[in-house]
Design a protein around this ligand. Sequence first.
Ligand code: HEM
Length: 444
Amino acid sequence: MELSGVLSLLLGVCVSCLLLVASWRKVLARRNLPPGPTPLPFVGNILQLDTKALAKSILKFRDVYGPVFTLQLGSERAVVLCGYAAVKEALVDHGKEFGGRGNMATAARITKGFGSPFDPTFLLGSAVSNVICSIIFGSRFDYQDQEFLTLLNCVNENFRLLSSRWGQLYNAFPTLLAALPGRHNAMFHNMDTLKRFVSERAKRHQDSLDPSCPNSYIDCFLLQMDQEKQNPDTEFTTENLVMTTLELFFAGTETVSTTLRYGILLLMKYPEIKEKVHEEIDRVIGRSRLPAIEDRSRMPYTDAVIHEVHRFADVLPMSLPHVTTQDIQFRGYAIPKGTTVIPLLTSVLQDTSQFSNPDDFDPGHFLDGNGHFQKNSAFMPFSAGKRVCLGESLARMEVFLFLTAILQRFTLQPLGDPGALDTSPVESGVGNIPHPYELRLLPR
Ligand code: HEM
């Protein structure tokens, strides 16, 4: 035999041994599993099954091993449940533990994971954040970019922590909490990460700035800094550049993506409302082009639904704190300059004098008797007056475009009974945060 033949033979033997060992290790790992027929190396129990009557041939093992047994199907191991009692006990009594969707290699190859249930938090966060990133940095990030995902995680975690008891405690006793260990410290760690990132970006923009062609908020700020460099009182400083960019990044990401997460949750819970939105999208926009903001005025029902999502989600229920700029007589009281004021937006969005049934998710709050869109002056999720959210129109455009684009292409499918979806906030402090959930997006 030639040398190459011997080598091939040796290689074959080595690979076979490795596979055999791997196969045996799996067999050994079965020690704590339900009993079952001994598997052969590589093929497991496949040769003991009838491929023309698979289920029936599997059922035969019940006579030997009882209603719950283990089979090795090639490289995949499976626990088989037989009969009403075992199936009911697993799928109903332990519905949560047995509720995941198993893999089928054929289906997995065809679908490549599309349609699988997923938590939309980071996908929505990435899409929304890229809008504000295009404005402040002049560029977008890839959805797989690890640095971007780390930043989004910081923003997401901070909004949650700010809204948790830790955030509330810190705001009430800042000096005390600053000296104590606890989860609140993660907020500052996250902020440092975000600040470092923004500072590095600002530096990069400074190094490559073409004054004849500014293409982002940072570029414009840098040009203004240059123009005011002789002014000792200028507000256009590097610190302000970093802080304002950070504020826009933070405010422009989490509020909108939280609203979208709430919107999707509410539409899953109320399928009849979702169907009407689908119908309006199909009628007004169709399926051959993406939604545009001009479509909104011709879509009163969808517009009302989105207003109701903002109202119900109530993302910043206490607004952000205000402070009095001077002494003021208000409703017979004397409020001194420098007093903190909390405009409780949630009480406006739930005001029974303005909304007929404020506890319910009801697009009728923004529709007249003829189905036309109807404004309501108590619609204040973005606050009101001089300090009104500066991103209001951007945020409202984003929520409209993202929601309609998703519903144009997909049906939202919850994992369980829609009626059982919990729409109360999981954290309610500075922000109202919806419970985490998974869904399937089925192509329409
Ligand atoms: C659904 C989305 C949003 C909601 C519900 C929301 C709500 C609010 C509210 C209630 C305030 C406090 C206003 C006040 O003090 O009276 C605020 C402030 C602010 N928002 Fe938004 N916002 C949203 C999206 C955005 C976006 C997309 C941006 C970025 C462009 C943004 C940037 C800001 C900034 C920078 C402030 C602080 C303004 C200041 O200090 O005067 N917001 N927002």
